[in-house]
Ligand binder design. Structure first.
Ligand code: 9PG
Length: 512
C-alpha cells in the first residue's frame, strides 16, 4: 500500500486508472454506505424525510459522493482512497479525480492506494488516534422493545416480558420509544403510572440492566419544550426553524447545542436518566444537532453536535453504556460505546413500496440494514457497532429462515446481539436457537468482501448488496406520483397511524 497524509481545504487526487466502482459513505447511521456502479443515484423520496435520513447539505449533489471519505475501485483490484482525518468534510468523484471538500478550512487527509482492507486498517488507526475510542466494554446482549411492540408499550407488559425473559442470558432490557409524554418532554406518559424509576427497579431486581431510549437533540413541534424555549432551536440564515424531518405524525425541530442553556438542560436530562436507574442509554435521532443552520455560537455544525454529545457522555458517566443511533458517524467517535451503523431492520426483507418506489436505501428493511452495516464493519476497530436486532420467531415478521439467519450471523460478526422477539411467541425450537445465539462464542473469519466463515460455516451476504436502480417508463411515472404523495404530511400521518394500530393489535393479542 502507498499512502501519504496531506493538509488541504480542497484536495484533488487524480485517479490513475479506469475506475470501476465508487464507495459512497452516508452521513449518519441510517444513510446508505455501499460500493456502487458509476451511475449517480436517483434522489431518494420523500423529500420531507431528507433531513432525518441524509446530509441535507449534499442531497442534491449529482456526482457520486459521501461524508468524510470516498474511494474508487481500480482495474487492478486495488482501491484509491481519500479520507479526512477531521470533521465537516466530504468527498466526491469529479471526472478523473477524487475531490475533498471542507466546510471548515484546511484539514488533514489520508490519500492511499492499495488493498481495501489494508487501507481501512490504517484509516481506523489514524481515526482512533484523532477521536479516541471509548473505553472498551463487554459486548451487550439486549432485548429491545421496538421491533415487536413499537410504541405500544406500557409498564405492565414490560414487567411481564422481563419476567418471562429472566432465564435467558440477556444483559439488558431496553425500553424504546413510547414511554415519554412527547419527544422533547422526557417524562413518563399515562401508560407508565408508577414512573420510570420503579420500572428500572423492577428490571434490575430480575438481574438485568435497565436500558432507556431517548431522542434528546430534537423535539416535536407540539412539545412543551419547543413551546417554552423556541430560542433553543436551530434556525436557518433567514430566521426560520430548521426542519429535522417529520416523524410521530409531526414536524421535528433540532436543538442548538452551542446554546449554554441547552447544554445545561441536556446535562440535567442525562443525570435524571441515571438517577432513575438506567445504565444503558440509547440516544437516537442525534443527527438533528449537526444539521446546517445558524447557531448561538458560531461553530461548525459537526463540532457543535460533538460538543452536545460530549456533555451528555460526561453527565451519563463513564460507567453508563451509551449507544448512539441516527448519529453522524465521525463526530460520534470516541464519545459513545456503540454506534448504529445502518438503517432499521424490520419485519420484511425489502418493502417494495419504500425501497423500490421511493428508491430510498435508508428506509427500514432488512436488506437496507444489512447492506449499509456490511460496508461499515471496518469501524469495529474504533467503536462497538450495532447492526440492529435479529429475529428468531415465525410470528411478528415475514422473513424466511435464511433471511433471519443472515441477521443473526451479522450480529455475531458485530459482537452485538439484540432481539425484540416476544417471549410469548417462542416455540421450543426458536427458544433453543435464541439461547444458542446468546451463549455462543463465534469465531469469525473474513473470507471475501461480503463472505465470512462463522465457526467454519460459510456465510455469504451478497444477496443483500445490490442497489435498487431507477425505474423506467410507466414504473418511473408511478414512482414520481408515489414520491409526490409520500411527501405530504397527511400521508406520513396516515402511515404513522397505521403502524400504531398494528402495534396496538399485537399488544392486545398478548392478553392480560
Ligand atoms: C424509535 C425508533 C427506534 C429505532 C431507531 C429509530 O428514516 N426513518 O423514517 C426512520 C424512522 C425511525 C427510525 C429510523 C429511521 O427508527 O433507529 O431503533 O428506536 O427510532 O422511534
Amino acid at each position: 500500500m502507498e499512502y501519504q497524509i496531506i493538509r488541504s481545504d480542497h484536495p484533488f487526487i487524480k485517479i490513475p486508472q479506469t475506475a470501476k466502482r465508487y464507495l459512497v459513505h452516508g452521513w449518519q447511521s441510517w444513510s446508505l454506505a455501499s460500493w456502487t456502479d458509476l451511475i449517480p443515484f436517483p434522489i431518494p423520496c420523500p423529500q420531507i424525510l431528507h433531513p432525518m435520513q441524509y446530509d441535507p447539505l449534499y442531497i442534491q449533489e449529482r456526482k457520486l459522493h459521501g461524508s468524510w471519505y470516498g474511494a474508487v475501485e481500480l482495474d487492478d483490484g486495488s482501491i484509491l482512497f481519500l479520507g479526512a482525518l477531521g470533521l465537516e468534510t466530504h468527498v466526491r468523484m469529479n471526472g478523473e479525480t477524487l475531490e475533498g471538500l471542507s466546510e471548515a478550512g484546511a484539514k488533514d487527509w489520508l490519500v492511499a492506494k492499495g488493498d481495501e482492507s489494508a487501507v481501512f486498517d490504517l484509516y481506523s488507526q489514524l481515526l482512533n488516534h484523532r477521536f479516541g475510542s471509548a473505553q472498551q466494554k463487554r459486548s451487550q446482549r439486549v432485548w429491545c422493545s421496538w421491533y415487536s411492540l413499537y410504541t405500544a408499550i406500557d409498564e405492565k407488559i414490560l414487567i411481564q416480558i422481563s419476567g418471562l425473559l429472566q432465564g435467558l442470558p440477556f444483559d439488558v432490557i431496553q425500553i424504546d420509544d413510547g414511554w415519554q409524554q412527547k419527544v422533547g418532554d422526557w417524562q413518563p406518559n399515562l401508560k407508565f403510572p408508577s414512573g420510570m424509576k420503579s420500572l428500572a427497579e423492577a428490571i434490575r431486581s430480575q438481574g438485568k440492566q435497565a436500558g432507556l431510549w431517548l431522542a434528546p437533540l430534537l423535539a416535536v413541534k407540539s412539545s412543551r419544550l419547543f413551546g417554552e424555549h423556541p430560542e433553543w432551536f436551530l434556525k436557518d440564515q433567514q430566521g426560520r426553524f430548521v426542519s429535522a424531518g417529520f416523524n410521530w405524525g409531526e414536524q421535528l425541530y433540532a436543538l442548538d447545542t452551542t446554546h449554554p442553556q441547552v447544554l445545561e438542560w441536556l446535562q440535567g436530562l442525562m443525570r435524571m436518566v441515571r438517577e432513575w436507574g438506567y445504565d444503558y442509554v440509547k440516544l437516537d435521532f442525534l443527527y438533528a444537532a449537526a444539521l446546517p443552520g445558524k447557531r448561538y455560537q458560531d461553530l461548525p455544525r459537526e463540532t457543535a453536535y460533538r460538543q452536545g454529545l460530549k456533555i451528555m457522555r460526561q453527565s451519563l458517566g463513564e460507567d453508563a453504556y451509551l449507544l448512539a443511533c441516527g448519529a453522524p458517524i465521525f463526530p460520534s467517535l470516541g464519545l459513545c460505546d456503540a454506534l448504529r451503523v445502518g438503517p432499521d431492520v424490520g419485519g420484511e426483507w425489502e418493502n417494495s413500496r419504500d425501497a423500490v418506489l421511493l428508491t430510498n436505501p435508508a428506509i427500514p428493511g432488512v436488506r437496507n440494514a444489512i447492506r449499509t452495516t456490511l460496508h461499515r464493519l471496518w469501524l469495529n476497530k474504533i467503536v462497538q457497532i450495532d447492526p440492529d436486532v435479529a429475529y428468531f420467531t415465525r410470528q411478528g415478521n415475514h422473513l424466511t429462515n435464511k433471511q433471519k439467519q443472515l441477521l443473526q450471523d451479522l450480529a455475531q460478526i458485530c459482537h452485538y446481539r439484540a432481539t425484540s422477539d416476544l417471549p410469548h411467541w417462542f416455540t421450543e425450537e426458536e427458544l433453543f436457537s435464541l439461547k444458542q445465539f446468546l451463549e455462543e462464542e463465534v469465531d469469525v473469519q473474513w473470507v471475501g468482501r461480503y463472505a465470512f466463515r462463522l465457526n467454519g460455516r460459510l456465510v455469504d451476504f451478497s444477496s443483500a448488496v445490490p442497489l435498487v436502480r431507477p425505474l423506467a417508463g410507466i414504473k418511473g411515472l408511478a414512482r414520481n406520483l408515489f414520491c409526490w404523495l409520500a411527501n405530504h404530511p397527511w400521508a406520513l400521518k396516515l402511515n404513522d397511524w397505521q403502524s400504531k394500530s398494528a402495534a396496538e393489535r399485537i399488544r392486545r393479542s398478548l392478553g392480560e
